[in-house]
Design a protein around this ligand. Sequence first.
Ligand SMILES: C[S@@+](CC[C@H](N)C(=O)[O-])C[C@H]1O[C@@H](n2cnc3c(N)ncnc32)[C@H](O)[C@@H]1O
Length: 275
Amino acid sequence: MLSTFKHFIPLPLRIGIKWTGYAIQDIIDPVKTTRVPPRRKTFIGGGDFAAVGDGFFEILKQYGFRPDMTILEAGCGQGRMARPMVDVLTGDYHGFDIDKSGIEWCKTQYADKSNFHFTHANILNALYNPSGLITAKDFAFPYDDNIFDCVFLTSVFTHMFKEDIDNYMAEIKRVLKTDGRALISWYLWEDGLKNPKMDFRFSVDNVSRTTLKQNPEAALAFDLSWVKALYDTYDLAIEAIERGSWSGGPGRMGLQDLIIARHKTNTPELEHKAV
Ligand SMILES: C[S@@+](CC[C@H](N)C(=O)[O-])C[C@H]1O[C@@H](n2cnc3c(N)ncnc32)[C@H](O)[C@@H]1O
């Protein structure tokens, strides 16, 4: 019912109403969990900040998390996914993001953790950093080749265009060790999806579509066949695709789909394991 009416309320007004609701909640029931931002200052999406992070950590553990790993999170936001591993990880965690306030928040919150490193990248994005100076398609991740055991991006490629993603995949391949894992969330479009919960009705280019014509970076879905070819181009062998609830899946990542892949070696065993 509410979702039907919300389209008639201008976006800035909707944001204002939401913010006021969060501000009231923050007064009545302030957030007390460490490294969790107040609700009114959270910009990385809805849901329970701590529970979403905890849920993702379970997925990471299932796909081979080890405390001594070196981990990269591209688009780390406000540290939602870093938080659960803070007392477990002995290896290094590196997170970068284009939102300066998120990185400043993380730097303060993780100041006591010398193995957690946060970097701001001033990349342009209409939604998250409209005054950014660098384009994502030209951005080189600020890390050496072949150093990470695991790279993950949650709810990041869902806000980026295809040429930007192409560059990020090349960078992921470059920084990921052979055999390292990449966990990336997407909206994966296929013809014939039954009752999808999101309306990707506007075509952006030949492989992507969006829910909002005037602001495509709000949510982008990509053709599954293009995504699979991209993984292949960058030597990432897809091990599993978990469907999100937007397209009728179990939704361990909420609405979004998740692809788990391994940086290929040339061993026949790994080729065999790939889906
Ligand atoms: C929905 S939030 C998700 C944040 C975090 N990954 C999480 O799940 O909590 C999307 C994040 O992607 C970041 N972002 C958007 N474009 C980016 C880019 N080209 N490179 C790195 N981060 C980007 C935004 O600044 C924002 O923090």
